[in-house]
Structure formats: structure tokens, C-alpha cells
Design a binder for this molecule. Structure first.
Ligand code: NAD
Length: 476
């Protein structure tokens, strides 16, 4: 076995990129153009808080502008650095290409632990950071559209959109400058849970292909599958909740910062989330057995492992001990390139991040389109659809009565058939369609090419091919 050295996050993404381009027919110049991060802007700004000036460091990287605007979240975490932001921006380029959202890739970050600050202080810091990015068009509906990521959510996006609107009072498309906003500030239904929902749809699609499932040694569907989730934040909590409540999966283990919880019978996920909300951790939770070293549960015996917290958690130290036959990367970069090689050799199937967590950017795309069209999805069609369906139901009932057939439509069928699709139903439908089609495009390459050993390599090939074609059509 070759001696493996743990690469950094940026290098990990490059290694995965290089594996894919090695089997593609692209000129070296174009490969380099696609690989490199176009620009990274670093800003250091001061904010007067608690009687003194505090200096914060933030970044906004633009990986690829083959399509504009570029898109990617803004992360608040103490460890944010240029390497990480550039790696995440690169992943955004490939993710957007894979799920066919018409964006280039970008990412931003602020070195801050949001738990250290009061909400009004975070607002001041966020507005100041946004100001710095807006004045350089690094937040702009036509050029660069951020979204939430680790440590940020609807609240921060609402501050950012308000800051942009204050600085661009005549921009009719101001609301499209950022996605992941609350509904009352131009958001879209279903965005908060979109990434977790996308993880669920990705797993459902995987389990629709018995040939693929067979590679894991599992069988059947999600019902009864034993799942471990790391990180019960936005992505992990929604994925866990949907999989347990709608697909019959058993969440046997969860891992948070302060430890893990285990229950062979399946944890009551609502009780865990309520305890987490109330105390900020999982220690002393009334359900499950507490494990003080949470990360050890990554190695537990289960069917599906969902790392949904942060990058690099499955690495050279623990890859050999991972027992789950299927890993779905809900977080960005949870498996290092070194661990990826070990897991591949061990036959573990990985549904890669650039596909698995693309639900967020997909629904962000819908939100951006909604903002630019200035109308809620379904507003024009919903009642027309209901009226047509009612016509059909009434006609069927009339025919049945006229001919004495005695047919009756069940009240549940009638209720569902007569309810036109509103924004939430349309968002879910669009997300489901996107996740299915993107999976199929990956698996086609995975199965058709003997030189493509895994889904990650297939995902990169599909994405890089699309980015390459876009550059080629521009004459590059
Ligand atoms: P979040 O801040 O809402 O949640 C992260 C959770 O992980 C928190 O509950 C935190 O306590 C926990 N956590 C942090 N460090 C941990 C550790 N060492 N062990 C166990 N738990 C730990 O963040 P999020 O938005 O859910 O993002 C999680 C991951 O998903 C990130 O990699 C992010 O880039 C990725 N992602 C998020 C979105 C989105 O829409 N929010 C979209 C795509 C990808």
C-alpha cells in the first residue's frame, strides 16, 4: 500500500479534480483554467463593540465565472481561512454544473465564532462585512449571490439583503442579491430545509437503483435502515427528521460537538433536537445512551453514515475503521482525499458532496428566479389547476350517477387531487426532479466507463465536462 499523507481541504479537492481530468480528453491549458480559483478577496474591518474596536477577517472567493452570477454560501466559523474558502468555492462550481443551476462557483467566510456575540452585535458585524463585499460587487444580483452556510442562516441573509437595498436604492432586483432569506424578506418556501431534503431525495434515488444498492451489500429501500448522522445543524437535523419520519429509517446514532447519542431501536429525533435547542448540546439528553467521544460513533456499525457537520472528519486516522457500507456526504468535504482512497479500496460507496448537498443551491436558484420574476411560484396557475381538476371530478361523478355505476372517489383522493400546487409543492417537485436527474447523469458515467471507479469521479467528470463546454463556447 502506498504511504498516504493527509492533504489539506484545497488539495483534497484538487486531487479529486485531477483523478477525473486524467480520464478526460481536455487540453492541459483548459484543465488549468478550470482548476484554479479566479480570485480571493480578503477584507479586514473593524467594528466598535463592547467599548472597543474589534477587527474581523473575511473572505469571498470566486472560483469560476464561466456563468454569472457566481453562487456560494457565507460561513461563520473561527477556523475559516483562504484555503478552505477556495476549496468550497471550487466545489460550488462543480456542484452548480452537476445539478444544472446556471451559476459559477463562489464562497465566503468570516473568522468568527457566532456564539461569542449577541444578535445585535452579529448584525453590526454582518452589515459591515456585507458593506465591504457589496461595494466591490462581491454581493450583487447579477454577479455574486451568497447564501447561508455553517454558522449563518435566514437572519444573516435578511441583514445582508437589507444592507444591499440601502446601498442600491433603485435596484429593482435588490432582493435577488442573496438567497436563503426569510419569506418576509423575499425568501422562498422550502429553502431552510432544502439541503436536508436534497439529502433525502438523493438517498431515495440511490435506492431506486438495485444495481447500485447491491454494491453496498444492502438491499431494499430506506425503510428500517440504520443511520448515523454527524452534526444536527441545518442540514443534519432536517435530513435526520425526514428520513426517520417519512422513509422509516432508524437514526441509531447522532454526533454533536459535545458527544454522541446511541439507540439501536432508533432515537426519537424530535426529542434530541428539542434538547439540543434548549441546551446547545446532546449531553444529558433524556433519550439514547450518551457517548462522550462522539467522533467514535462515525466508526459504529450502521447502514448509512451521514457526515453533516464539517470537512475532514473522515480522514487517514479513522478511514480504515469506518463500518458503514454507504456514506452520503451531506457536509462539504467530510472525507479527505486520503480517506477517500482507503474507503474506495474497501468497497465503501460514497455519494459525493457536490451532488449530495446540492439541494440548498438548487432551491436557492428557485429563490433567485422568484426574486427576479417578482412573483411567487404557483400564484398564476394554482386556482386554474384546481378548477380543471374539479371539472374532471364533477364529470366523473355525473357519469357515475347517470349510468348508475355507483363509483365514489375517496375523500382523501378528492382532497389531494383538488388541491393545486402551491410554492412549497413546486419547490419540492423541482428539487426532486433535479436530484433524480443529476444522480442519473452520474450513474450513467459510473456504469458506462470501466475507468470510472466511483460516484465522486463520475460527478466530477459530468461537472467538469459541462464547465469545459461552457468555456469552449466562449472561445477559450
Ligand atoms: P450548521 O452550523 O447549521 O450546523 C453544523 C452542526 O454541526 C452544528 O449543529 C454543530 O454543532 C455541529 N458540529 C460542528 N462541529 C462538529 C463536530 N466536530 N462534531 C459534531 N458536530 C459538529 O451548518 P449547516 O448549514 O448545517 O452546514 C453543515 C455542512 O453542510 C457544512 O459542511 C456546510 O458547508 C454544508 N452545506 C450546508 C448547506 C446549507 O444550506 N446550510 C448547503 C450545502 C452544504
Amino acid at each position: 500500500m502506498t504511504q498516504l499523507r493527509e492533504p489539506g481541504f484545497r488539495d483534497s479537492v484538487d486531487i479529486m479534480f485531477n483523478r477525473a481530468v486524467a480520464v478526460m480528453d481536455l487540453s492541459p491549458g483548459l484543465v488549468e483554467k478550470i482548476r484554479v480559483c479566479n480570485s480571493t478577496y480578503t477584507v479586514r474591518f473593524g467594528v466598535r463593540l463592547r467599548g472597543q474596536i474589534h477587527t474581523f477577517t473575511g473572505y469571498r472567493s470566486v472560483h469560476s465565472e464561466h456563468m454569472e452570477p457566481v453562487k456560494g454560501g457565507i460561513r461563520y466559523a473561527p477556523g475559516v481561512n483562504q484555503d478552505e474558502v477556495e476549496a468550497l468555492a471550487a466545489l460550488m462550481t462543480y456542484k452548480c454544473a452537476l445539478v444544472e443551476t446556471p451559476f459559477g462557483g463562489s464562497k465566503g467566510g468570516l473568522c468568527i465564532d457566532p456564539r461569542d456575540w449577541e444578535p445585535h452585535e452579529l448584525e453590526q458585524i454582518t452589515r459591515r462585512f456585507a458593506y465591504e463585499l457589496i461595494k466591490r460587487d462581491l454581493i450583487n444580483p447579477a454577479q455574486n449571490v451568497p447564501a447561508p452556510d455553517m454558522g449563518t442562516g435566514e437572519r444573516e441573509m435578511a441583514w445582508i439583503v437589507d444592507q444591499y437595498a440601502r446601498m442600491n436604492t433603485t435596484d429593482i432586483n435588490a432582493r435577488a442579491c442573496v438567497t436563503g432569506k426569510p419569506l418576509n424578506a423575499g425568501g422562498i418556501q422550502g429553502r431552510v430545509e432544502a439541503t436536508g431534503r436534497g439529502v433525502q431525495y438523493a438517498l431515495r434515488e440511490f435506492f431506486r437503483h438495485p444495481e447500485d444498492v447491491a454494491k453496498t451489500g444492502l438491499s431494499g429501500d430506506l425503510d428500517g435502515k440504520r443511520i448515523v448522522v454527524q452534526g444536527l445543524g441545518n442540514v443534519g437535523s432536517h435530513a435526520a427528521r425526514f428520513l426517520a419520519q417519512e422513509d422509516g429509517a432508524r437514526i441509531v446514532g447522532v454526533i454533536e460537538r459535545d458527544g454522541g447519542l446511541w439507540d439501536d431501536a432508533g432515537l426519537d429525533i424530535e426529542a434530541v433536537l428539542a434538547h439540543l435547542r434548549a441546551t446547545g448540546g446532546v449531553r444529558n439528553c433524556p433519550v439514547g445512551r450518551f457517548e462522550p467521544v462522539g467522533a467514535e460513533l462515525l466508526e459504529a456499525d450502521c447502514d448509512i453514515l451521514i457526515p453533516a457537520a464539517m470537512e475532514g472528519v473522515i480522514n487517514l486516522d479513522n478511514a480504515a475503521r469506518i463500518r458503514a457500507p454507504l456514506i452520503i456526504e451531506a457536509a462539504n468535504g467530510p472525507v479527505t482525499a486520503g480517506a477517500d482512497e482507503i474507503l474506495r479500496r474497501r468497497g465503501i460507496v460514497i455519494i459525493p458532496d457536490l451532488y449530495a448537498n446540492a439541494g440548498g443551491v438548487t432551491v436557492s436558484y428557485f429563490e433567485w428566479v422568484k426574486n427576479l420574476s417578482h412573483i411567487r411560484f404557483g400564484r398564476m396557475q394554482r386556482r386554474a389547476e384546481e378548477a380543471r381538476n374539479r371539472l374532471l371530478v364533477e364529470e366523473l361523478e355525473r357519469l357515475s350517477a347517470d349510468r348508475g355505476l355507483g363509483w365514489t372517489l375517496s375523500p382523501d383522493f378528492k382532497r389531494r387531487f383538488l388541491t393545486g400546487a402551491g410554492e412549497l409543492e413546486l419547490v419540492r417537485s423541482g428539487l426532486d426532479d433535479t436530484m433524480r436527474i443529476a444522480y442519473q447523469s452520474m450513474r450513467e458515467v459510473w456504469h458506462a466507463r470501466p475507468d470510472v471507479s466511483d460516484l465522486r469521479m463520475a460527478a466530477f467528470i459530468v461537472a467538469i465536462d459541462r464547465v469545459a463546454k461552457s468555456y469552449q463556447s466562449k472561445g477559450l
